[in-house]
Every structure is written in structure tokens, then in C-alpha cells.
Design a protein around this ligand. Structure first.
Ligand SMILES: [Zn+2]
Length: 256
């Protein structure tokens, strides 16, 4: 982790900067509150520090039980902050998702469950994710009930601009795409290293997702959509200061 990211956090941590509005006009009250003279919000210094430490742990993808023992804080307190943050990220990520355009890679992936396999018998108990990735842009993910043409086309229409250029594998559900834009299909196993005919972008996202989710071993199917949006957000903002964004999202979203 870069030092700048930590020091950014440090201003909040030392009570020099307001977590709600970013103002430096902050003071400490006699009762131990950090109070902002600009937005007038205040928070107990001790609670604030604890929350900031937990947000840092979330950013570093520390499992809640480990962070609880590292900080000497109740496990439930950690999971409460994690949960609030994850819900807020979910909403922010959905709000940010405009329509993808240009060259777009589409693919489905299967998460969770015990057995390996795709689209067939092994898919039972797994969460099915439909992924749409704009080349040199952002990814949009959706947990879907099925990979039928109707369901996938529905999301394609909702989340991409008509007339885009689509890259997919040869899966049958993508057959009607050509009525919506230009459609290139890629046969798996064939390599076209020097052409645009690939779906390496979305496949890169799947590996990123599996890597992040590995830190949260055993996410239930019920909670999975929330975790997936966190992964999407981390991916879309991988070149930004994620710690800063998480802090903003947390304090901006949660009312005091
Ligand atoms: Zn303020």
C-alpha cells in the first residue's frame, strides 16, 4: 500500500479533517468529540478512530475475525461496519453504471458451490454472473437466474448502447446480438493474439473477482450479489485511491 493513501487517512484519524465534508475546520470538544465548524457534524473521537481503522481493514481485505483480534474490537462491530460499507458501495456502483459503449466483451461466469463446471450439471448451487466489459473502460456485473437469450439480451439492452461492437464466445444465447450491434464470436481454444478478436478483458475481470473473493471464503449465495458489486467497484476504481473512496462512501452514505 502506498504511503500517500495512509497519510490521507491520517488526517481524518488525527481529527484534522472532517470525514463528512473534507473541511479542515475541525476542532475537538471538551467531551471528546471531533466537531466540524463547516458542516456542523460531530462524532466521538474514539468511535471515529475505530471506524477509520475498520475501513482501512476493509480496504486491505482483512477478514473480519482477524481484524477483530488485531484491533481488539468485537467481531460484530467489524461486520456491522463492513456490511454498511458494502451496501453503500453496492448503491454507488449501481448509480455510477451508465451505458457501456464502443467495444464490449460479454461473458458469463459461475461462482461458489463445490463442483467445478460451467453451464451444465456442475452449475447447481452456484451463482451465475453475467459480465459486460467496455474495453479500456468499466465492467458491469449482474447476478442472473439463467443464461437464456432473453435474460442476457435484456441486460445487454439495458446496459449498453445500441450499435456497439460486441465480442462473445460461441454460446447460443448471444445469437440474436447481431440485431443489436456488430457481433464477433470467438471460439475458445483458438488464439488470435494480434487481433481484436478476444475476450481477454472480461476473462481478466473474472480472475480478479476470484482473487478478491478468495479473501472472503465461504460467501453465501444470499450475500453474494453484495460482494460481487464490491469486486466490480474495486475493479472499476483500481487506478484510484480506493481507501479515500471507501471513506467518502462510508461517511457520505451513513447518516449520523
Ligand atoms: Zn464537515
Amino acid at each position: 500500500m502506498g504511503y500517500s493513501k495512509i497519510s490521507y487517512h491520517g488526517n481524518f484519524f488525527d481529527g484534522k479533517k472532517c470525514v463528512y465534508c473534507g473541511s479542515f475546520k475541525v476542532c475537538r470538544t471538551k467531551r471528546g468529540y471531533i466537531k466540524c465548524n463547516k458542516c456542523k457534524k460531530q462524532k466521538g473521537a474514539k468511535i471515529l478512530r475505530r471506524e477509520l481503522k475498520i475501513i482501512l481493514g476493509f480496504y486491505q481485505q482483512q477478514p473480519a475475525y482477524r481484524l477483530a483480534s488485531d484491533l481488539g474490537v468485537n467481531y460484530k462491530t467489524i461486520t456491522r461496519v463492513y456490511q454498511k460499507l458494502r451496501e453503500a458501495i453496492y448503491h454507488v456502483s449501481e448509480l455510477e453504471s451508465g451505458k457501456l459503449r464502443g467495444e464490449i466483451e460479454l461473458d458469463e461466469a459461475y461462482f461458489g458451490g463445490r463442483r467445478k463446471g460451467k453451464r451444465g450439471r456442475g452449475a447447481a448451487g452456484k451463482s451465475i454472473v453475467f459480465g459486460l466489459l467496455e474495453r479500456n473502460g468499466r465492467v458491469y456485473t449482474k447476478v442472473v437466474d439463467s443464461v437464456s437469450a432473453d435474460e442476457l439480451m435484456d441486460h445487454i439492452k439495458k446496459h449498453t448502447r445500441k450499435g456497439s461492437v460486441y465480442f462473445t464466445d460461441t454460446f447460443r444465447s448471444y445469437r440474436s446480438l447481431k440485431r443489436f450491434g456488430k457481433h464477433h464470436t470467438i471460439s475458445h481454444g483458438k488464439k488470435f493474439p494480434k487481433t481484436k478478436n478476444h475476450i481477454n478483458g472480461i476473462e481478466g475481470f473474472w480472475s480478479f473477482a476470484k482473487h478478491v473473493l478468495y479473501n472472503y471464503r465461504g460467501v453465501s449465495k444470499y450475500h453474494f450479489p453484495m460482494y460481487l458489486k464490491e469486486v466490480e467497484y474495486r475493479f472499476n476504481h483500481r487506478s484510484d485511491n480506493l481507501l479515500k473512496l471507501f471513506t467518502k462512501i462510508y461517511f457520505g452514505y451513513v447518516s449520523t
